[in-house]
Write a protein that binds this ligand. Structure first.
Ligand code: P6P
Length: 335
């Protein structure tokens, strides 16, 4: 049983034996994400002071303006994971294609691939609202020692061996799972150490918060419209409270602590929704299920979706189990 105020390093060592692949490689991977998170956190915290905010001028494969902090965070996570020779491949929201690590090195016996959204919610950067990093880890499925292929990245979310996020908020937290529950670590910036502040995090089965961009209401499927009206109805424990930060990591984190549901449905504007399956929905769905929550596209469990493209998008409904079940009921009734 983990105890509060344990450092992340102590926690990793103590729990390494409980991880079925006890090679220590995954522990080193989490440690490298910890390092990159501290480096990015330092820049995020001074974004308003130096000319590092504002668009970098380029646009990523999503057609979104790349904020300089997006580019910086992407570089730092890729650099940290590459230099420590821990993974054999990386995919990122900011990279059109996946990156094969040390594919020329026949000694590259690394067996993990990492998929990242290096700075989710980046449109919030220059208005001083929380942003986050999301990561997802798989064991490769192609032979060790050969260059990774797209097959290593297009795995179902149920095959993840680890997933987590960093939320750069009023405090910086690293929240992750290796399949044995969800634990949250808060950074003490004075000494650069993450401490276990939220052991065994769980979604309350019910909640009173719903998170959706209601500006898209008229474009939503009828089932989602009906669910939103259900949340707003004066009945029983309703109306619920609407809270939408515009940063998935922040909305997810608050809902996990307080109880709630996050929805990014498909719409007539986004036929598959906006969020990306591989490096946003799958890791958050793995965390949700490990925290007694639920995640679906309205009909299918997110972790069961067979990926077809690196940057594919899916509708995303995630949070307190009974709230997601209710939303799915409205989706089925409206079919
Ligand atoms: P909208 C950020 O770009 C993001 O991917 C999520 O973090 C966030 O919840 C959502 O998109 C916000 O999108 O269309 O409501 O601004």
């Amino acid at each position: 049983m983990s105890q509060k105020n344990q450092t992340l390093g102590e926690f990793i060592i103590e729990n390494q034996s409980s991880f079925k692949y006890t090679s220590g490689e995954l522990s080193r991977l989490i440690n490298s994400i910890r390092l990159a998170a501290k480096v990015v956190n330092h820049e995020v915290n001074k974004a308003g002071l130096v000319d590092i905010i504002g668009a970098a001028g380029d646009t990523n494969i999503q057609g979104e303006d790349q904020q300089k902090l997006d580019v910086y965070a992407n570089e730092k996570f890729i650099q940290t994971l590459t230099n420590r020779n821990i993974v054999c491949g990386i995919a990122s929201e900011e990279e059109d294609d996946f990156i094969s690590i040390n594919s020329q090195d026949e000694n590259n016996n690394n067996k993990y691939v990492v998929l990242i959204d290096p700075l989710d919610g980046s449109s919030n950067i220059d208005v001083n609202v929380s942003v986050g990093t999301i990561f997802s880890v798989y064991r490769r499925v192609t032979p060790v020692g050969t260059p990774v292929t797209l097959e290593d990245f297009l795995q179902k979310g149920s095959q993840q061996v680890a997933a987590g996020y960093v939320v750069y908020g009023t405090s910086t937290m690293l929240v992750y799972t290796t399949g044995a529950g969800v634990n949250g670590f808060t950074l003490n910036p004075a000494i650069g150490t993450f401490y276990l502040s939220h052991p065994d995090m769980e979604f309350p089965e019910n909640g009173k918060i719903y998170s959706v961009n209601e500006g898209n209401y008229i474009h939503f499927p009828q089932g989602i419209k009906n669910y939103i009206k259900y949340c707003q109805m004066e009945e029983g424990d309703r109306p619920y409270t609407s809270r939408y930060i515009g940063s998935l990591v922040s909305d997810f984190h608050r809902n996990m602590i307080k109880g709630g549901i996050y929805l990014y449905p498909k719409s007539s504007k986004n036929s598959n929704g906006k969020l990306r399956l591989l490096y946003e929905c799958n890791p958050m769905a793995f965390l949700a299920e490990q925290a007694n929550g639920k995640a679906s596209d309205g009909f299918t469990r997110i972790l069961d979706i067979e990926p077809t493209e690196l940057h594919q998008r899916v509708p995303f409904i995630c949070g307190s189990k009974n709230m997601v079940v209710k939303a799915e009921e409205f989706m089925r009734l409206a079919e």
